[in-house]
Design a protein around this ligand. Structure first.
Ligand SMILES: *Cc1c(COP(=O)(O)O)cnc(C)c1O
Length: 419
């Protein structure tokens, strides 16, 4: 293995990484279930399911078989003027399992792009209806919606990932989530003044992921629905992290009992096997594009949209949600995390422990040496990636009790040993 590793490392550029001082990345030879097998023979239990994607564990035979069949038949065709069974079946199935009339699916290939598309949809929705001046988005502190130029502007501006680019970005309104009466009043006042300029309210429902794993109640989302309706703007749920069972219901919007106008999905859509994303609109949004004017069409079209291999993987992933007890597994994980993680509350520097669905978070006052912490987890035989000031677990839903005990035990042990 050393040949490809050393020779290739000279040429690779890693994400969010200072390449000069990088801790050498671990070489992975293979994956199976909740395990990442390293080229040096070590095996790690994945505590974060490869950035929340591998919800069924790695190499699930059903997804693998679906992709193998598809690769022989039709790996990919352009989606302009051509369609195929996997994409149309996936669109129909997503429409079926999403609540309300969220039933028009636009495919793309990454989460960031699906959010960009949602934003373009919202802007063009109002233009098509002849309503001028709605060009702004309201999003929330601690939010994360992607790394592209348009989505950086709706991320938390102070979380550090994108602050360098401030001058370049279109200015959006990033405000506090209305999770107290004072913040709700502030948001309502904001909308009294600016509501007519807002094309959409963009939120990660229930749990804000990459911006700090902050959690809020369903009530907050109902306030947003009400405010959006009162001011004639669209409500966009970015369910890229929380979608597909992560918070306990298939989609987080179900827990709030409401239907957003646009939803974005990606991460677990293909069960962690392929790049695929979807932006799904309600009938009302789609109808604004249903017109005799060609210029009223949605102006977007990624080259690899509706990729047949990715759609086959996603259809197979949905089969697994139908045929295996995923949501029951999520509630068992929630129970395990809620039982095991609170022991971390008494450790030095821990300021909060919180759990929602298959998400467990230990927040610290400050992390200190982040790289030392990452190495300590590897030494414990687990793959856990703290960021900011949090250590979190988002395991595969198929993780066993034993896996979970190892993961929560490692979190407790590593945080106990922290100096
Ligand atoms: C990961 C993520 C994105 C961006 O998805 P990419 O595929 O990395 O572009 C957007 N929104 C949320 C909520 C995410 O978790």
């Amino acid at each position: 293995m050393t040949d490809w590793y050393a020779a290739g490392l000279e040429h690779i550029w890693l994400p969010y990484t200072q390449m000069k001082t990088v801790t050498p990345p671990l070489a992975v030879a293979s994956t199976q279930g909740t395990r990442i097998r390293l080229s040096d023979g070590r095996e790690l239990i994945d505590g974060i399911a490869s950035w929340w994607t591998a919800c069924h564990g790695y190499n699930h035979p059903h997804i693998r078989a679906a992709v193998q069949t598809q690769v022989e038949r039709l790996p990919h065709v352009m989606f302009g003027g051509l369609v195929h069974e996997q994409a149309l079946t996936l669109a129909r199935r997503l429409a079926q399992i999403l609540p309300g009339d969220l039933d028009r699916v636009f495919f793309s290939d990454s989460g960031s792009v699906s959010v960009e598309i949602a934003m373009k949809m919202a802007i063009q929705y109002f233009l098509n209806k002849g309503e001028r001046g709605r060009s702004k988005f309201v999003s929330f502190r601690h939010g994360y919606h992607g790394d592209t130029i348009g989505t950086m502007a709706v991320c938390d501006p102070d979380e550090g990932m994108h602050s360098l680019f401030t001058g370049l970005l279109p200015e959006q309104w990033v405000v506090d989530l209305p999770d107290t009466p004072e913040k709700l009043a502030a948001l309502e006042a904001f909308f009294q003044t600016n509501g007519e300029r807002v094309a959409g309210i963009l939120v990660e429902p229930l749990v804000q992921g990459a911006g700090g794993m902050k959690m809020h109640g369903a009530k907050v989302l109902r306030h947003l629905r009400r405010i959006a309706d009162a001011h004639g703007t669209l409500l966009i749920f970015d369910e890229i992290f929380v979608g597909f069972g992560r918070t306990g219901t298939m989609f987080a919007c179900e827990a709030a009992g409401l239907v957003p106008d646009i939803v974005t999905l990606s991460k677990a859509l293909t069960g962690g096997t392929m790049a695929l994303a979807a932006t799904i609109a309600t009938k009302r949004v789609f109808d604004a594009f249903w017109d005799d004017r060609p210029s009223a069409a949605l102006m977007h079209g990624p080259t690899y949209m509706g990729n047949a291999l990715a759609c086959a993987a996603a259809n197979a992933s949905l089969d697994l949600f139908e045929n295996e007890p995923r949501l029951i597994q999520v509630s068992a994980i929630e129970a395990h995390l809620a039982h095991a993680l609170p022991a971390c509350r008494d450790l030095p520097g821990v300021v909060d422990v919180r759990v929602k669905g298959a998400i467990g978070v230990v927040e610290l006052a400050a992390i200190g040496d982040l790289n030392a912490l990452k190495r300590a987890f590897v030494a414990e035989g687990v793959w856990v990636r703290p960021f900011g000031n949090i250590v979190y677990l988002t395991p595969a839903f198929t993780a066993t009790e034993e896996d979970l005990a190892t993961l929560t035990g490692a979190v407790h042990k590593v945080l106990s040993a922290r100096v």
